[in-house]
Design a protein around this ligand. Structure first.
Ligand code: VG1
Ligand code: CO
Length: 691
């Protein structure tokens, strides 16, 4: 790698003023001293000083000199590089195979492109946070990121010990420490290990995922990048807490749990939860699925809340999540599901980010299940199960919202507003209506919630993909969701004698349906489809939409409208389009098609099916039974209609049907088969028909 010496030319910043939001959040004036690097022809630092010294008062001069000394001691290598194709950020950061990230400068290019995209006052002399889910390649990546940050003039990096920080913890640390932003090293729910995925995400100063305006700029810069600025510092030992200085650059290794734990203690009534967990008649299991939640489970659930340590399963984060898929859903968290549907099921089971070990016989007196397969590697997802009962994420957020004010101190005074992603079921809409608070429907991906929260318009939000959260941070938060449910259960059972029947997860859900009606919901994923076919299928569906008219009959359903979802941010007016194809019927039923934006190979087609039922006598139906008329659309076959006159699509769909039979990732609500004691790799064929 070629490198050459850089001379420093200190300048008074001519850059744009810091946006008021950033300045206010930092709580101090924006950095005014910017060091620019140039390789030749620049006046020396001493010359520049002479010119400018008259303008500087004593304090400024002192600061300036200090900066000069520090910068001089921070050797920076300028590494020539070439653009790499395909570094476009998806729904949540840049995700690729580990092997791709290991290619020369692949990661370094993206990180440098990021710095090239941010206004210098947002990072020069500032503080950034760095952490991740402990997956394979994080250790190497952390060192690269630290050196490039130092090379670009960042003042301080706060890193979680051993590079670990859950996604919600990164958001919490950014906010608490008033940092300018942070990096999350995670491909989230995508599997880890040398042959699997790696990912990187940048969050901004209020802890929110960078908006598309920034990620688009980063992508633009990856296409023209020619130089990487890397500080010439040794690899940092990330295993022990404390700060190390290299001139004016500091790396501080922080405890990954403390800031987050403190926040949770402010949001929830820990004593209330503790009282529930100490009941002899309440059992709770937590499986951390070898993902990052493992680092949080013991300090929070055991040390603070008194849960039995034996009941934390797979609590040691592993680089490949124990070879599991760290996505907490009904497919990847089968063992947890099995346990919760077993004869001696605990009262409450929750999953957050990945396990591979069978939980077949877990009979802890007090137990919590947090299953990383049912969540994601980075601790932002969650799955909630009661005894022989699955709460859909769409219902979960609605139930939390409906009960938050009574059960969670953070929401005691008010709920500002509620929001969900477009494909998430309409259960939350009805709660917003009843609470008479503003409601928002945003595109898929957490980044769209941040602005609403910053503007004070949003308290609680969620996605059907096992993401739930609130404005306590700017990410979805798996442990927050588990604590929210525990709070609701604790609140509902306060004062109950041992032996008295406890209000269960199922009771709470059924009561909710009785009040608001039930939104039956199911999502089907068709993974690793051929990209071209999937794109053609979507184009074809767009044609169908263009030709469809309100009032058009589909079996017993009448089309209200069909469109390609687009969104205008009510806060900054920015717009995004092509966010999912919707067929919405007059009774509120919906069929939605989307292409995933988080895959690392091929295309993933997601189909979301939803039907509203107000009749309480039908709320007990299995979701697959309830949804059957909509999915089958007898005599019409909805999916078939879209494809039967184009063979290309049929090829793709055939392929999809094959994938479906192999049960790649079908989040199937209901589970009659499971209740009947069936448990195996082959799910019964789903009702969605692709013939
Ligand atoms: C998926 C989910 C989406 C979620 C995103 C990131 O995106 O559908 O709701 O926000 O993953 O979650 P897509 O584009 O594949 O449908 V995570 O836990 O992977 O950060
Ligand atoms: Co995740």
């Amino acid at each position: 790698m070629a490198s050459h010496a850089i001379r420093f030319r200190p300048l008074l910043s001519t850059a744009r003023p810091t946006p008021p939001r950033v300045a206010a959040r930092r709580g101090h004036a924006p950095a005014f001293l910017v060091v620019r690097c140039s390789s030749a022809g620049a006046p020396s630092a001493a010359q520049a000083l002479k010119v400018r010294i008259v303008l500087l008062d004593a304090a400024l001069l002192a600061f300036f000199l200090a900066g000069l000394v520090f910068h001089a001691s921070r050797g920076i290598n300028s590494i020539p590089t070439k653009p790499v194709e395909g570094q476009k950020t998806g729904t949540s950061g840049l995700r690729k195979k580990v092997k791709v990230f290991q290619e020369e400068n692949y990661l370094a290019n993206w990180i440098q492109a990021l710095f090239n995209s941010l206004p210098p006052e947002d990072y020069v002399g500032g503080t950034l946070v760095l952490g991740g889910d402990g997956r394979y390649f994080n250790k190497e990546a952390a060192q690269i990121i630290i050196k490039i940050a130092a090379g670009n003039g960042v003042g301080k990096i706060l890193v979680g010990r051993n590079g670990l920080l859950s996604t919600p913890a990164v958001s919490a640390v950014i906010r608490k420490r008033e940092a300018n932003g942070g990096f999350i090293m995670s491909a989230s729910h995508n599997p880890g290990g040398p042959d699997n995925d790696w990912g990187i995400k940048f969050n901004y100063s209020s802890g929110q995922p960078a908006p598309e305006t920034i990620t688009d700029q980063i992508y633009g810069n990856t296409l023209s990048i020619s130089e990487i600025k890397m500080a010439d510092i040794p690899d940092i030992d990330l295993s022990s807490l404390g700060a190390v200085n290299y001139g004016d650059f500091t790396v501080e290794v922080i405890d990954p749990v403390l800031d987050y734990l403190e926040l949770m203690e402010n949001v929830f009534d820990f004593q209330l939860i503790k009282d529930l967990l100490s009941r002899p008649d309440f059992r709770f299991i937590f499986d951390a699925m070898h993902a990052v939640t493992g680092a949080y489970a013991e300090p929070i659930f055991v040390e603070k809340l008194g849960a039995d340590p034996d009941c934390i399963l797979n609590g040691v984060p592993l680089e490949d999540f124990g070879n599991g898929h760290p996505d907490p859903n009904l497919t990847y968290a089968k063992e947890l599901v099995f346990t919760m549907f077993g004869t001696r099921a605990p009262d409450f089971g929750a999953a957050s980010d990945g396990t591979s070990t069978l939980l077949m016989e877990v009979f802890c007196v007090k137990s919590i299940i947090t299953d990383r397969r049912g969540g994601s590697g980075d601790g932002d997802r969650n799955m909630i199960l009661g005894k022989r009962f699955f709460v859909t994420p769409s219902d979960s957020v609605a139930i939390i919202a409906a009960n938050a004010q009574a059960a969670i101190p953070y929401f005691q005074s008010s709920t500002k507003g509620l929001a969900r992603s477009m494909p998430t079921s309409g259960a939350l809409d009805r709660v917003a209506e009843k609470l008479n608070v503003p409601f928002f429907e945003v595109p898929t991906g957490w980044k769209f919630f941040g602005n609403l929260m910053d503007a004070g318009k949003l308290s609680i939000c969620g996605e059907e993909s096992f993401g739930t959260g609130s404005d306590h941070i700017r990410e979805k938060d798996g442990i927050w969701a588990v604590l929210a449910w525990l709070s609701i259960l604790a609140h509902r059972n306060k004062g109950k004698q041992v032996g008295e029947r406890l209000v269960s997860v199922e009771d709470i859900a059924r009561e909710h349906w009785a009040t608001y009606g039930r939104n039956f919901f199911s999502r089907y994923d068709y993974e690793e489809c051929e990209s071209d076919s999937a794109n053609k299928m979507m184009e074809h569906l767009r044609d169908v939409i263009a030709n469809s008219k309100p009032g058009h009959k589909y079996g017993n359903y009448t089309l209200q409208f069909a469109d390609d979802f687009s969104y205008t941010d009510p806060v900054d007016g920015s717009t995004v389009s092509k966010q999912g194809l919707r067929f919405v019927f007059t009774d509120g039923s919906r069929i939605i098609f989307r292409l995933s934006g988080t895959g690392s190979a091929g295309a993933t087609v997601r189909v979301y099916i939803e039907q509203f039922e107000s009749d309480a006598s039908k709320h007990g139906l299995d979701a697959q039974t309830a949804l059957k008329p909509l999915i089958g659309l007898e005599g019409v076959n909805f999916t078939h209609r879209f494809i039967d006159n184009n063979l290309d699509y049929i090829d793709c769909i055939d392929n999809l049907a094959g994938e479906m039979r192999n049960n790649t990732n079908a989040m199937i609500e209901g589970f009659e088969w499971l209740k009947a004691g069936y448990y195996g790799l082959d799910y019964p064929p789903p009702p969605l028909s692709f013939e």
